[in-house]
Design a protein around this ligand. Structure first.
Ligand SMILES: Cc1cc2nc3c(=O)[nH]c(=O)nc-3n(C[C@H](O)[C@H](O)[C@H](O)COP(=O)(O)OP(=O)(O)OC[C@H]3O[C@@H](n4cnc5c(N)ncnc54)[C@H](O)[C@@H]3O)c2cc1C
Ligand SMILES: NC(=O)c1ccc[n+]([C@@H]2O[C@H](COP(=O)([O-])OP(=O)(O)OC[C@H]3O[C@@H](n4cnc5c(N)ncnc54)[C@H](O)[C@@H]3O)[C@@H](O)[C@H]2O)c1
Length: 469
């Protein structure tokens, strides 16, 4: 029997942050991981996908004609690109390693944890009793009940990055962030790619921004079928067949299923601890506590969104509450998200449609095309736009679509997180020429009519000019 202050289940983005914080602040901490340290993000998610996209971007840069520079046909070595992916994971892995966490004083147990009572779990042949538990078990691929799928070889995010040979023709079911990032990466690395999306690709995103991404992928040769129902899947490795509504049969060599994620809760025996949950995740209050007050849930397992930075944010709140005994209240209005296709699609706060629904006529949308930025002209990267949703001078959301959107959204994340007004940007001096200037220009667009189309100001200026020596 181990007695501890904090027991964290799952050593991924969320669990590692809680364990590191708790142990370094002096709480006795146990961390239980059933599979690989680092969780999905490091091993099967963000890290390998961004590394593969980076290799694909390098290939695309060769193909891109630039004024005065001829494009060429790059020689793509798919297996070397995969070696890059493995190297990146290996470079980051020590940061998430058992040794590093043991160095912080965390007791790490490598096994699957299951609750045996309201304040006890079992793992590695030991019983662990804790004052507080944190469930950070992440999510797994949600596999839809498509006839024939279970009998057909298919890939998910857990297996695609280990493929060393390039797929001849990759069929992807699902046009969300996973589907589209993998579609572009594989297309740029030489594969034929077909995406079959049942509804709208990137359907949660601003439609104008999603359309820009989809148009670019199509122009690079990715076939994207939207509003298409998959009726049946069949075939064998190297010869996959997908029958869609209408009877058309799509043929490819490999199949990737990217149709969403389900919280990974099955091994936890949650009922033994009285922890309420449903298909979306563990039910939590605004302090991230479950129906069992000793137990918190964070990250993908909490069903409030699936991002590494969200899991990290949850972890910070739990350290505040469970370790320091302070009040913690979760916010959602300042969480950004980025789809790392080219162009990137970045969002923080409300989209235009959401903001219109909430604020109606009080909403002002400040919009600028990338082409308006001198830097975009210099880089020949003029495709894209920035849109800021503002109620009065208080921004409630920002959408950026284009090269570097994921970096540019940081400014708006800062503004929304700190509930700053557009005045803060107007008072900021940004270096010229940068893409960030577009953000400042959005603030300028809000204030200029108030300054330049204002009869009172004109009268004041005339008076000042008359009387001031
Ligand atoms: C292909 C892909 C690309 C992605 N790209 C991005 C991105 O670019 N940016 C971004 O922000 N997010 C991205 N995500 C999402 C991101 O990976 C997740 O939101 C994040 O990993 C969630 O962190 P977590 O701590 O909740 O879970 P995880 O990081 O998945 O960690 C959960 C851990 O718990 C362990 N576990 C599960 N059950 C038990 C048990 N009973 N006992 C012990 N251990 C257990 C698991 O083995 C796992 O290691 C991506 C996801 C995928 C699939
Ligand atoms: N860049 C990032 O931050 C990043 C990258 C990848 C994943 N993620 C996270 O992981 C989550 C999961 O990604 P995802 O792309 O798997 O899920 P998703 O839920 O975002 O998208 C899945 C898509 O599949 C479609 N779909 C579902 N069933 C289908 C069917 N039977 N036939 C055809 N289409 C079907 C849905 O309509 C949807 O558009 C994301 O929502 C995100 O939170 C983040």
């Amino acid at each position: 029997m181990i007695e501890t202050d904090i027991c964290v289940i799952g050593a991924g983005s969320g669990g590692l942050s809680v364990a590191a914080g708790a142990a370094q602040m002096g709480a006795r901490t146990v961390l239980i991981e059933g599979h690989e340290m680092g969780g999905d993000c490091l091993n099967y998610g963000c890290v390998p996908s961004k590394a593969l996209l980076a290799a694909a971007k390098a290939a695309a840069a060769h193909r891109r004609p630039f004024p005065g520079v001829a494009a060429d046909q790059p020689e793509v070595d798919f297996s070397a690109a995969k070696d890059h992916v493995a190297r990146v994971i290996a470079a980051i892995a020590p940061h998430d390693s058992q040794e590093r966490f043991e160095g912080f004083g965390v007791q790490v147990i490598r096994d699957w944890a299951r609750f045996t009572g309201p304040n006890e779990v079992e793992a590695g042949g030991q019983r662990i009793r804790a004052r507080r538990f944190v469930i950070a078990t992440g999510s797994r691929p949600l596999i839809p009940p498509i006839p024939g799928l279970a009998e057909t070889p298919y890939l998910t995010n857990e297996t695609i990055f280990a493929q060393k040979k390039p797929p001849g023709h990759l069929l992807i079911i699902g046009g969300g962030p996973i589907g589209l990032e993998m579609a572009q990466a594989h297309r740029r690395l030489g594969a034929m790619v077909t995406v079959i999306e049942g509804a709208r690709a990137l359907g949660h995103e601003d439609p104008e921004a999603a359309a820009l991404v989809i148009a670019r992928l199509k122009s690079e040769g990715v076939e994207i079928l939207e509003g298409v129902t998959v009726r049946r899947v069949g075939g064998r490795a190297g010869a996959i067949e997908i029958e869609v509504a209408g009877g058309t049969i799509l043929v490819g060599t490999h199949l990737l299923v990217a149709t969403g994620r389900a919280p990974a809760l099955e091994r936890l025996n949650l009922d033994a601890a009285g922890i309420r949950h449903d298909a979306r995740g563990i039910a939590t209050d605004e302090g991230l506590r479950s129906s069992n007050r000793r137990v918190y849930a964070i990250g993908d397992a909490a069903g409030r969104g699936q991002f590494t930075h969200l899991a990290g944010y949850h972890a910070g709140l739990v350290v505040r509450s469970a370790v320091l005994g302070l009040r913690a209240k979760v916010r959602t209005d300042h969480i950004p998200r980025v789809t790392y296709t080219a162009p990137e699609l970045a969002q923080v706060g409300l989209t235009e449609a959401e903001a219109r629904g909430q604020y109606g006529a009080r909403l002002t949308v400040l919009r600028h095309d990338f082409a308006a930025a001198d830097r975009a002209q210099a880089e020949a990267e003029t495709l894209g736009f920035l849109k800021v949703m503002s109620v009065g001078a208080r921004p409630v959301g920002a959408t950026i679509c284009g090269t570097g959107a994921g970096e540019q959204i940081a400014l708006w994340s800062l503004i929304l997180a700190n509930r700053m007004k557009l005045n803060a940007l107007a008072a900021t001096v940004l270096p010229y020429p940068t893409m960030a200037e577009l953000s400042k220009r959005a603030a300028g667009t809000y204030f200029s009519p108030k300054l330049f189309d204002n009869a009172l100001i004109k009268r004041v200026v005339r008076a000042v000019q008359r009387w001031v020596p």
